[in-house]
Design a protein around this ligand. Structure first.
Ligand SMILES: NC(=O)c1ccc[n+]([C@@H]2O[C@H](COP(=O)([O-])OP(=O)(O)OC[C@H]3O[C@@H](n4cnc5c(N)ncnc54)[C@H](O)[C@@H]3O)[C@@H](O)[C@H]2O)c1
Length: 422
């Protein structure tokens, strides 16, 4: 595998984009001949990152301020898109139309149409669009996936999760740090960032493969967190201290699935709190709760008592984590960033169907605009489009392999060094 090369351009070189570009350049055979950001300094940073990477072999690296010009002029196999939320789908669609595979950072969609555009561009051009949802490869999430597949929780009934991250400084100082979140919190109101929780949940219950999201309802609280924060940090005189932010401090969304499961999501980024994804997976035999690191399995746990999840994580470790664990600490977000990037590079290099495809990308991202619609209509239920156009009922088999997120493919883990050969 390692003698193959793949030419991947990078679009969006801010905090996340530069980290992901650095990570991508650690893989042998990855050539990045072009980088792009609308800011000159970030574009130039991108060029430097490539040129300073371990496997850089002296090739020309071109910088662009306009991604369309880059797509037109460069000969690429794929692009890595780490731009702001409202540009993801547009850039992904244009890149697939230009004949490139896409790895796109997480965020929600602003409209139904942009989800369909991604789906159509992928189908019509035979190119994949992989949402780089790193949380699908989290150590705990993968152990839970393994347990669900082994039936430890029985039949799954209810799932929950939250993006509960105090981002007040990143949002409030959006103009000063040239960050994309601020205007979204000013103007939108809904679950703006659903996929960290929803990605792993969707894979657990076979969304788009025998199951699908049917409808959702969403409700947002009032908005006070950013005003309080700005008052304390900047005083009353600061121009947006008393701005009437549309985005409620807490948005709660409930999704109903075709196979009867319910999913509850919380978006919580503007109040003081420690980070949590607040996951819960509950079935007919027991449940796991991320907060508190606790689990209860009927017949195994002492009656009516929580147990620590730690021994379960060890016992039910996903085979990917058995080999990745020793190196995980070297990479971002506890090692899951490495796995999502490895899965993207592996798919792009080998023209494989990716573990997260355009139907997953569209369905997960859609929750944002659907949640905005529901909030705007006083929490009315809204139907979730079926982006597979009926294929979910009887999909073709998944592509098995070490990065597969639909099955645990034990038979592929024969080689301890497999991750060094991507
Ligand atoms: N998976 C994770 O754990 C994780 C963590 C952090 C951020 N993210 C996601 O990564 C993305 C980037 O995050 P960030 O914090 O770096 O955001 P950011 O707003 O700081 O950076 C976005 C960059 O994209 C550039 N950009 C915007 N539109 C562009 C266009 N049309 N062409 C070229 N460049 C364009 C901006 O100039 C900016 O440099 C976001 O979607 C964010 O949600 C994911």
């Amino acid at each position: 595998m390692s003698e193959k090369t793949v030419r991947i351009g990078a679009i969006g070189i801010s905090h996340r984009g530069s980290g992901m570009l650095r990570l991508m350049m650690r893989f042998k055979g990855v050539i990045c001949p072009a980088v792009c950001d609308i800011y000159e300094d970030r574009r130039d940073d991108g060029i430097e990152i490539v040129k300073n990477s371990e496997h850089y072999s002296g090739y020309q690296v071109n910088g662009y301020l306009d991604y369309k010009e880059m797509l037109e002029k460069e000969e690429l196999d794929a692009v890595l898109v780490c731009t702001t939320w409202i540009s993801h789908a547009r850039i992904a669609t244009d890149a697939m139309k230009a004949g490139l595979h896409v790895g796109v950072e997480v965020g929600g969609a602003a409209s139904e149409e942009e989800c369909w555009q991604m789906v159509r561009a992928s189908e019509e051009n035979g190119k994949f669009c992989m949402l780089l949802e790193n949380c699908c490869y989290g150590q705990a999430e993968m152990a839970i996936f393994n347990m669900v597949k082994k039936g430890v929780f029985g039949e799954i009934i209810h799932l929950a999760g939250g993006y509960e991250h105090d981002l007040r400084d990143e949002i409030a100082y959006g103009r000063e740090i040239r960050h994309g979140r601020l205007y979204n919190f000013m103007r939108r109101n809904g679950d703006l960032y659903p996929t960290h929780q929803l990605g792993p949940i969707a894979k657990l219950i076979g969304i788009n493969r025998g199951n699908r999201f049917l409808s959702l309802v969403s409700m947002s609280s009032k908005s006070r967190g950013l005003n309080e924060f700005l008052k304390k940090e900047k005083g009353e005189e600061y121009d947006i201290t008393n701005f009437n932010f549309n985005q409620g401090d807490i948005t709660t969304t409930m999704i109903k699935c075709a196979n009867g499961e319910t999913i509850s999501l919380i978006h919580d980024c503007t109040l003081p709190r420690p980070y949590s994804r607040n996951a819960r997976v509950q079935g007919t035999k027991g449940l796991w709760m991320e907060d508190g690191n606790q689990i209860y399995i009927e017949g195994r746990s002492p009656r009516h008592e929580w147990e620590s999840f730690d021994p379960y994580m060890e016992e039910f470790a996903h085979p990917l984590w058995k080999i990745h664990k020793k190196n995980a600490a070297k990479y971002g977000h506890g090692g899951m960033d490495f796995l999502i990037m490895a899965a993207f590079v592996d798919s792009a290099k080998n023209n494989y169907k990716p573990p997260i495809d355009v139907y997953d990308t569209a369905a997960w991202m859609a929750v944002t605009y659907l949640s905005e619609q529901s909030v705007a209509m006083g929490s009315m239920p809204v139907p979730v489009p079926d982006f597979t156009n009926g294929m979910w009922i009887d999909r073709e088999p998944t592509r098995r392999g070490i990065f597969c997120l639909d099955e645990v493919c034990e038979e592929y883990f024969t080689d301890e060094e497999i991750l060094t050969k991507i």
